[in-house]
Structure formats: C-alpha cells, structure tokens
Design a protein around this ligand. Structure first.
Ligand code: NAD
Length: 408
C-alpha cells in the first residue's frame, strides 16, 4: 500500500477537464482518511489561457501547454486525459510509456483500432488504466443496481434508456471535434457511450444489437471565431464545414442474460440540455431514474398491499451507496449531482493508484474497448438496414486484420 503523496495532473482544461480538476481536489475530503495526500501538480491545455485559468481556480501548482511536459515530470504519478477522443490514443500511450497511471475519458478513443491499441499498451504495463464512466458513480443508479436480486427487482427483463441533449439543436452552434469522425462517433459515442455503460452496469453485457439507425440532421456547421469550452457559444464565421457523424442514434439490444434493451440518443433533442434516464423492468419490480433529479429514483415492487401498491419516490440518503461520508452533509433530501460523480470516480482511481480497497474500482480500458465494439456494431447495423450484429463479430474483424498482417 502506498503512503507517499500522489501527484496528479489533468490534460485538457475544457468542460470535463475542470470536473476532473475539481474531483482531485475533493477526493480526500470524502469517505475515510486512508488515501495518501494528493498533490495537485499541473493542468495542461494547448490553450494557455484555459490551462492557467483552470490551474488557478482549482489550486494546481502549474499550467502547461503540452501533455509531453506532464509525461516528463517526475512529480506526477496519475493523469486524467480529458481532450477530444481522437487525441486519446497518442497521449495515453505516451503517458503509459512514461510510467503514469491513467484515467482516460470516454469514449475510450476516436475509433476501434485506437481503442484496441490502448488496451494492448495498458496490458504491457502494471499501471492503473481507467475509463471515465461517471454515471455508474451515481448513488441512485448504484442503489437500483443493489436491488437487482431475488425478492426485490428480480432478474432484469427490459431496459429502456435515453440520453437526450440539445447542444446540437441550433444549426449555428459551431463545428468542433464532436462533429468529426466516422459513423458512431457523434451522439452515439459522445453521450450514447454513457447510456450503454449504465445499461450494462445494471443488466450485464450486451451480446448483440439490432435496428441501428443513425441520422445527421444538421449537415454543416459554422466555423468558430474563438476557442470554446465544451458546448459554450462563441461568435461564428460565415464559413461552414461538414458534420461527419450522427445527431441521433437509436437501436435495440439483447443482453447475455436474455434481457432486452431499447435505446434512444440525441444531441438535437429540443429543450433538453442533459437528459439521461431509464426505466428498468425486472421479474418482480421496476425502477426509474432521471438525471434531472439525480438524488431520487422511483421504485416499485410487490409491497405493500395491492390497494396502495405502485411506484414509490425514494430520496437517496446515507442508507444508499456513496452518500455516507460521501457528502459533507450526508442527509436524505440534501441533494447531489454530476460533480459528486466525478469526485467518487477520482477517489476510486486514486485508491487503485494507492493500492487501497474501498470504492468499486474504475472500469478499465478493456471495458472502454467493449463499448467501442458495441458502437461499431450499432454503426454496422445501421449500414445494413438495421440487421442484427453481434459484438463478437467486431472482435473477429480484428482477428482477421491481425491474421492478414494489417497494422492496427
Ligand atoms: N464523463 C463525462 O461526463 C464527460 C462530459 C463531457 C466530456 N467528456 C469527455 O471528455 C473529453 C473532453 O471533452 P470536453 O467536453 O471537456 O471538451 P472541450 O472541448 O470542452 O475541452 C477540450 C480541451 O482540450 C484542449 N486541447 C486540445 N488539444 C489538446 C492537446 N493536444 N493537449 C492538451 N489539451 C488539448 C482544448 O484546448 C480544450 O480546452 C472527451 O473525451 C469527452 O467525451 C466526458
């Protein structure tokens, strides 16, 4: 078990990079005091102003303009990679080669070949490799998961989930890295990857997908005239560039257990900035989660007597996962949200770096690769008029590429 301080850094000072920076700052304030001291060493962003601003706000000692500066630094042990997906592979491989533990944002990479290479690179090291599926850190989602057992929800039969956002609704919203890449790298990779992870966290692995439909609604977008954080609006030019990937994705899925899933993902869902939600129907109960009310969930089972049976509105509190000592005021009805999910994720990652047992460990690059395979399967299904595609078919494709000696 490690007792010496852990030096942490974040690459990317955008919307999500700031969430990681905040989370490292908060990680020692929650749960027990076994975590070694966490030194907030550096934030790197090619935009110097963003790096300096984030380092200052979150109390990091240095601002850098290249990830290589972090890789070369002796005082950094663990790094979050929080930049555009197509940049993940080069940076992660460089960090692993430099001996850093890595927490990489989702989706794991810009494409399947990059994700496969990242898993291989991680397998060659004994460093922690983690992927940023923050919604499985939701106390409500975790509480629902605990009820998937006989006598409560029972075996899952049907997961019906959506992740609807409106950041792409306005055709004048500027082009960015989010609109570039092949089929599956749009709304499906950006937000659908979270929904897929939540579904599998609750129902186990998905085996096959069908009915894949990908649709681009806004085919081109204006070029921004200034750097933007996340979905922030900036002035745009009259010039436009093509959108490469989907605004909307829908599909159905079959889980290995035989449960079925129906999924709907959109970045052009008018009026819904960040709406992740699901209904889960089990053999003997049902549960509903809505991110707009993250500290609550609805639950229904055979109790009490039939005349008052129905969905109960449950306020998350210390009797549920994460809340006891996970909030300064750990009391039902106090409320919590996205920022805490990042804090619990950072805490779990640092516990793994320190060799401590505590929170559920982070999903690995291999888990991130599995999602990428699913995304490829959904894109393949869409290209084949909704045909059923198994996840193993995307694994076999790699095997045949390797057998043919094609570099991946
Ligand atoms: N887990 C979540 O809830 C969540 C939420 C949003 C985004 N994300 C993920 O986080 C990643 C970043 O998304 P975002 O919304 O923060 O993007 P963003 O566009 O807001 O920020 C990206 C930042 O990276 C910087 N950058 C670009 N190239 C760089 C380089 N070579 N080295 C260092 N910095 C560089 C940019 O200047 C920008 O500040 C993506 O993988 C995204 O999918 C995760």
């Amino acid at each position: 078990m490690r007792t010496s301080p852990i030096g942490v850094a974040v690459i990317g000072a955008g919307m999500a990079g700031r969430s990681h920076a905040y989370a490292y700052r908060a990680a020692t304030t929650v749960f027990d005091d076994r975590l070694p001291a966490v030194r907030l060493v550096a934030i790197a962003d090619t935009n110097q102003q963003f790096a300096a601003d984030a380092a200052h706000r979150y109390g990091f000692a240095r601002a850098e303009t290249s990830w290589q500066a972090l890789a070369a630094a002796d005082d950094i042990d663990a790094v979050s990679v929080v930049v555009a997906n197509s940049l993940h592979r080069e940076i992660v491989e460089g960090l692993l080669a430099a001996g850093k533990h890595v927490l990489c944002e989702k989706p794991l990479a810009g494409d399947l070949a990059d994700a496969e290479a990242m898993v291989d690179a991680a397998a060659r090291s004994d460093l922690v490799n983690a992927v940023g599926y923050t919604f499985r850190r939701s106390p409500a989602v975790s509480a629902i998961r605990e009820q998937i057992r006989p006598g409560s929800l029972g075996k899952p039969l049907h997961f019906n989930g959506h992740y609807w956002c409106d950041y792409g609704c306005d055709p004048r919203a500027p082009i960015s890295w989010r609109y570039r890449g092949g089929p599956g790298s749009g709304a499906l990779g950006d937000i659908g990857s979270h929904l897929i992870d939540v579904a599998e966290y609750l129902c186990g692995p998905i085996e096959a997908v069908s009915g894949g439909t990908l649709r681009t609604v806004v085919p081109e977008r204006p070029v921004p005239l200034a750097a933007a954080l996340g979905h922030a609006r900036v002035e745009v030019s009259d010039q436009t560039q093509p959108v490469d990937n989907e605004d909307i994705a829908t599909f159905t899925a079959t889980f290995a257990t035989g449960a079925v899933g129906s999924f709907s993902v959109s970045r052009v869902a008018f009026g819904l900035p960040n709406s992740l939600g699901f209904e889960l129907f089990g053999e003997t109960g049902a549960a509903t989660f809505d991110l707009a009310r993250p500290a609550e969930f609805l639950f229904c089972d055979g109790a009490p007597s039939s005349v008052t049976q129905g969905y109960r509105h449950v306020l998350v509190g210390p009797q549920h996962p994460y809340i006891d000592r996970g909030l300064p005021m750990a009391f039902p009805g106090v409320g919590h949200g996205n920022t805490e999910f990042f804090t619990y994720q950072a805490r779990a990652f640092l516990e793994q770096v320190a060799g401590l047992e505590g929170l559920p460990p982070c999903p690995t690059f291999a888990d991130g690769l599995h999602t990428m395979r699913l995304i490829q399967a959904i894109a393949d299904s869409a290209a084949a008029n909704g045909q059923r595609v198994s996840v193993t078919s995307t694994e076999q494709r790699r095997e045949s590429r390797l057998t043919a000696g094609v570099a991946v």
